[in-house]
Design a protein around this ligand. Sequence first.
Ligand code: ISL
Ligand code: CA
Length: 544
Amino acid sequence: MQTPDEITPNGYVRRWWKEAVVYQVYPRSFYDSNGDGIGDLRGIIAKLDHIKGLGVDVIWLSPHFDSPNADNGYDIRDYRRVGTEFGTMADFDALLAAIKAAGMRLIIDLVVNHTSDEHAWFAESRSSRDNSKRDYYIWSDHKPNDWTSIFGGPAWTQDKSGDWYLHLFDPKQPDLNWDNPAVRQDVYDLMRFWLDKGVDGFRMDVIPFISKDKTFPDLPEDLRAKPQYVYANGPHVHDYLHEMNRDVLSQYDVMTVGEAFGVTLADTPKLVDERRQELDMIFQFAAVEVDRGPDGRWTPWRLTDLKAVFARQDAALDRHCWPTVFLSNHDNPRIVSRFGDDSPQWREKSAMLLATLILTMKGTPFIYQGDEMGLTNCAFSDISQFNDLWTVNAWREEVESGQWPPEAFFANQNKLSRDHARMPIPWTADGGFTTGTPWFALNPNFAEINATTGQGIYDHYARLIALRHANPALVYGDYEDIAPDHPQVFAYRRTLGDTSLLIILNFSSNTVAFDCPAQAPVVTNYDGSTGALAGWDARIYRLD
Ligand code: ISL
Ligand code: CA
């Protein structure tokens, strides 16, 4: 018999994945166990105590599949094979078993908007116009419209047959044709393959892009710099997600989180309202876009804008919807450099403050590897130092063409590049990522900023996660911003039944007077803080 759902005093259905804290591993850069310079699955097993010690519940593993790595694994050649650089299927099974033995769960990346152009389906599909897999991808005998790839350049490429295929990302990432029922069945089968192994769910890459408007209108002028808001609004996205839920996901006790690139806050409930049976949660991009201008380039951000995002998110989602909380991942800069202060004086305090924010907000928190060590952005000064195709393409299109001076390009990339987060993890003052040559350089500051020097930040994460697990109010509690207009202090209450917690965060290096309770905080990043807020002071009070 099924146990009846437990409901919180404010009306949420309790679920394990709402109460979980997730830690993202980007396997290429986590830890190399065999000296070939590439992080691997055995490396994750070797460092599992580090993850477990934080107290997290779920690991999200970025793609570990066979891939030619045009986009570091987000271009999959074979969904049922482990990339040779990461190990074998036996290593995967050992990793999954070790994660379960440690009392944690594992979700994997589902990248099915597109495959690699080296996937067997595409090899067949492009082989001739009448191949049985032709319709697995999106072909046209002319270039249908002016859509652009998210990575730059046109989204249509002409192939050998003379026809054009659609790729919303790199030409090596052709988009699958989800209108073909055989494609959907094949995707559902590969999902079952991993679910039957015991994985606990999926993070779904750019999932709102799966349905295309086949009338292929040109991009509207106002969305030319942000075409994701067009691509995410295809006609059948909800039909397909509902079908996937009904046929696959609902048969397992798993969690799903869709990467909702191009989805507005207002449209979020359509994907996650539990009554619609599509996805459990999505990553909404509003918070990580506070420092992006209308052209997508970096622009200074204000705390009041970030607070407004959390307030709007809370207003947009009722008790039938569940949010995620994240300020970093493998596509974003380092959290402390972006939202904190990575100068030697404030790096540690501000990293702890940001941890406090993420772990006391309503929604499932996602921590990105290395943020618990206080890792920072890198100061890049030459195009040869970058790995990411997005940056390399932008250089070609914007700098080599003379549109942008190199200094402006580097200034922007040093704020926003995806490569900051993809640098190998410095485990020790000697680097400690590999005994060989790393696939990508470590941040040159690794002697000072590494897992050992980051122990204080790590311990703070662990304290906060323990506090969250002990206080349902931090998970489910109502959210109330008590000073939305304050330019430096972010202060909010989380209330559930009789329990209320007050979180006060000084987002500045200045001492700031703020009305705080007289009692001692239950968790703080300063010893016994009372009185005015010190620089990057972060305090949690229990009010009952
Ligand atoms: O990374 C970005 C810019 O910061 C985004 O534009 C990103 O491309 C978008 O969020 C989609 O990301 C996902 O799909 C991409 C892959 O490159 C990303 O790593 C992945 O997270 C294509 O699969
Ligand atoms: Ca390796």
